[in-house]
Write a protein that binds this ligand. Structure first.
Ligand SMILES: [Zn+2]
Length: 390
């Protein structure tokens, strides 16, 4: 990872975001893409599509007469968080939680507040109610310090959103990065950095096989991705597609922090497309020998389920994530108790490895359709060797 990429990573991971309140991430992405003259546009449901200047160009890219698959990198811009519902009195905000959350020691936990333009303050949870299933918060009451707003400037409750507050939006400890929201801002970073890499290397040489899709509202069921898939643009593609879900996913045995990115074979719902997974393994062996992990990341579902459900061949890459959805599974700094609010944690090497694989997946002429051929050759050799015993 070069210096510019490292800076971009830290900037991206420090952004405030929540489901359907991705404005800060969008503005950051737009500014970066603009600065590096990378084409992009916003689709009708507010996702960011990188690689084309408009819907027409996107559809033309998908119709291009070539066997080279479009690599559709997908990451989501949101993270579990709350929306303000109404002011209960001058200093108390009733809010609704969207997405996963910690379930212990919620009362007394600090939260940040933002509107679509800026971060506007902090508060403390006075009361939290869990959803019926018991795995996440449903609603919460937030107390703000006196003098947070004078009466006129207090924003309408519906404009306020936020999430858990820790000592800082982001800090590092050696190679570990602690942040409010690594899921999925790490994925957003990877797409931005991969786009920049491609446009520096490949712009003008040929039509990019790259599309980046930065989505909204993933944490409540990949709603932005579904909105995009329902447009029908991808269904009308005339060339092969490969969706690549980029996620920060809960650490599991065999998917541990610091051992490299995970070649994601599937999620909790489904396995992914085996031919392209085979190719992914070959690409990773070359780009990152011995530096990756591989497993079905069944700690949660991801947008790979959505693309698979819409018949798009899908693979995935995950950065192992400590304290998934700010729930203190692994504990560590700023975590008060097991399963209490905690900063998410990722490892710099895992992100750097993921970025390297993303770049390698863009190489022209990879044997997408023949990914099994070398394996078959090996198996045939064995057959030849033992045929005499048959
Ligand atoms: Zn995620």
């Amino acid at each position: 990872m070069n210096n510019l990429e490292h800076q971009l990573l830290l900037q991206t991971l420090a952004l405030p975001t929540a489901p359907f309140r991705e404005d800060h991430v969008k503005a950051h992405a737009a500014a970066f893409l603009q600065r590096h003259a990378i084409p992009w546009f916003e689709d009708p449901v507010g996702n960011i599509v990188i690689g084309c200047t408009d819907a027409r160009g996107y559809r033309a890219l998908l119709r291009a007469p070539t066997r080279e698959p479009v690599r559709l990198f997908v990451a989501h811009m949101d993270h579990p968080g709350y929306h303000g519902v109404r002011w209960l009195d001058e200093h108390r905000l009733l809010a609704r939680w969207h997405g996963g959350s910690p379930v212990k020691r919620l009362r007394g936990a600090d939260v940040w507040l933002a509107d679509r333009q800026r971060e506007i303050g902090r508060g403390r949870i006075a009361k939290a109610t869990l959803a019926e299933h018991g795995h996440a918060m449903d609603s919460l009451e937030i107390i703000l310090p006196r003098g947070s707003f004078d009466q006129q400037r207090r924003p309408a409750a519906g404009r306020v959103f936020g999430g858990f507050l820790f000592r800082s939006a982001l800090w590092t400890q050696g190679p570990r990065i602690y942040t409010r929201a690594a899921d999925d801002l790490a994925g957003v970073f990877c797409i931005l950095a991969t786009a920049r890499h491609w446009w520096r290397q490949g712009a003008g040489r040929s039509r990019a096989p790259f599309v980046g899709l930065l989505t909204r509202g993933e944490e409540v069921g990949f709603v932005g991705a579904l909105g995009h898939l329902e447009l029908g643009w991808l269904a009308a593609a005339r060339r092969p597609l490969c969706a690549i879900s980029l996620e920060a996913s809960r650490t599991l045995p065999g998917a541990v922090l610091g051992k490299g990115p995970v070649l994601r074979q599937g999620d909790r719902r489904t396995v992914f497309y085996n031919t392209y997974l085979q190719l992914l393994t070959r690409v990773a062996q070359k780009a990152l020998p011995g530096g990756f992990q591989k497993r079905v990341m069944d700690g949660g579902t991801c947008e790979g389920t959505a693309t698979t459900a819409y018949d798009i061949p899908t693979i995935g890459l995950s950065v192992p994530l400590g304290n998934y959805h700010n729930e203190g599974f692994e504990g560590g700094p700023d975590c008060r108790a097991p399963r209490a609010p905690a900063p998410e944690c990722i490892h710099l090497d895992d992100v750097a490895g993921e970025l390297r694989i993303c770049k390698a997946l863009l190489a022209p002429g990879l044997p997408w359709d023949q990914a099994w051929t070398p394996v078959r050759e090996q198996l045939r050799k064995r057959l030849r060797q033992y045929r005499k015993y048959l």
